[in-house]
Design a binder for this molecule. Structure first.
Ligand code: GLU
Length: 410
């Protein structure tokens, strides 16, 4: 099953719960538009490389297309298509007035110099010029891209179209970015975990977390988790993993990772095999890196009580069923990692209104949006005796379907 087929399986189950008509199902199970473009790059040594870039726009019934741009060798069309559709469901679930899209360039950014990364970003932006815009489709950061990449994207777009700060989100604050955007996705995962713990009558103290990935999502999830009293016992990145039963000093780890470029070699914990992190006996497992890392081959070995999906699509549908049959709660990606796009929306609002919010306001409003989304999902999962994922997709699909049908084309 391809990534897009997997996401569509979740969509189909939700469509059944919502009783969606055949025509609405058909429209929402394919992308609205898919652009594949050549992205030429003049390397520093004078040679020419040609990469392939995509922008997939899944649905815009509820507002302009919205979604990140990923620089990763695995950013193939089907993968980008799956991620674009997840953005449609994510924005609908947290009820921000956007649709869903995603971009990608099949490139390993770690092999490029900074000037090369800048030229690549400008070439990608020019290639997508006609289909992005503040009221059309708003890119943001994702795996392999960061605030600096957004700054270049903004600058290239403004060269062509004039002042338009709302064309990308996740920009540096100095260029109109929102305070709190960098931490938003990681913070959001922990806000959602807090709400789950509350309805279960459990306390963060004594609750252990293993976090796969120490990039933007994983590192902020770790920091906020520790702030709120959880114990982070294991962390990994592409180089390997570390473990300390009594809890890792995340501030010290952060300093080490900034200097060394990896969590590996951190003196305050023991080394661990990267794959073993997933099967550790912890209360909460947070996959916050690549997709499809929990699959039929390892789902039986997952020992956590809760899987908190910080990454997009980290669990295959097969693994999802295995985890459910083993009584493991999966908190779905479209809820758990929706903090990023929620604060992207706040950023877009601030750009549109030419008015900046203080970080405290951003974090407070993020908390309100995610806790309300969590309680809606939790309530529906009880009413329908279904998983949190099915409930989350049902709410999202219901909202998108209503908007699409009201527009009258179906
Ligand atoms: N790339 C992030 C995501 O997958 C954020 C997207 C956005 O802010 O538009 O949710």
């Amino acid at each position: 099953m391809t990534p897009f087929e997997s996401v569509n399986l979740f969509f189909t189950r939700a469509a059944d719960i919502c009783g969606l008509s055949e025509s609405t199902r058909r429209v929402l199970s394919v992308s609205h538009r898919e652009v594949r473009a050549e992205v030429p790059l003049r390397r520093d040594d004078g040679s020419l490389e040609v990469y392939i870039g995509y922008r997939v726009q899944h649905d815009n019934s509820r507002g302009p297309f919205k979604g990140g741009v990923r620089y990763h060798p695995g950013a193939e069309l089907d993968e980008v298509r799956a991620l674009a559709s997840l953005m449609t469901w994510k924005t609908a679930l947290v009820d921000v007035p956007f649709g869903g899209s995603k971009g990608g360039v099949q490139v390993d950014p770690s092999g490029l110099s900074r000037p090369e990364l800048e030229r690549l970003t400008r070439a990608y932006t020019r290639a997508m010029r006609g289909i992005i815009g503040p009221g059309i489709d708003i890119p943001a950061l994702d795996m392999g891209t960061d605030a600096q990449v957004m700054a270049w994207m903004l600058d290239e777009y403004e060269e062509l179209e004039g002042h338009s700060p709302a064309v990308v989100t996740g920009k540096p604050v100095a260029l109109g970015g929102s305070p709190g955007r960098t931490s938003a996705t990681g913070r959001g995962t922990i806000v959602v975990l807090d709400e789950l713990m509350r309805v279960r009558g459990k306390d963060p103290a004594g609750t252990t977390l293993a976090i796969q990935g120490f990039g933007n999502v994983g590192s902020w999830a770790a920091k906020v988790a520790v702030e709120r009293g959880y114990t982070v016992v294991a962390v990994s990145d592409v180089e390997g993993a570390i473990h300390r039963g009594g809890g890792i000093d995340i501030a010290a780890l952060d300093r080490h990772a900034t200097e060394a470029g990896t969590v590996v070699g951190f003196a305050g914990a023991d080394p661990l095999d990267g794959d073993d992190l997933l099967t550790l006996d912890v209360d909460v497992l947070v996959p916050a890196a690549l997709g499809e890392v929990i699959h039929h081959g390892n789902a039986e070995q997952i020992s956590a009580d809760i899987v908190l999906e910080g990454a997009n699509h980290p669990t295959t549908p097969e693994a999802d069923e295995i985890l459910a049959s083993r009584g493991i709660t999966v908190v779905p990606d479209i809820l758990t990692n929706a903090g990023g796009v929620t604060v992207s929306y706040f950023e877009w609002v601030q750009n549109t209104q030419r008015f900046r919010w203080p970080e405290e306001r951003v974090n407070d409003e993020l908390g309100l949006v995610l806790s309300s989304a969590f309680h809606n999902v939790h309530q529906l999962s009880i009413e329908r005796s279904c998983s949190l994922r099915d409930a989350a997709f049902a709410i999202a699909v219901g909202r998108v379907a209503e908007a699409a049908e009201l527009r009258g084309a179906l």
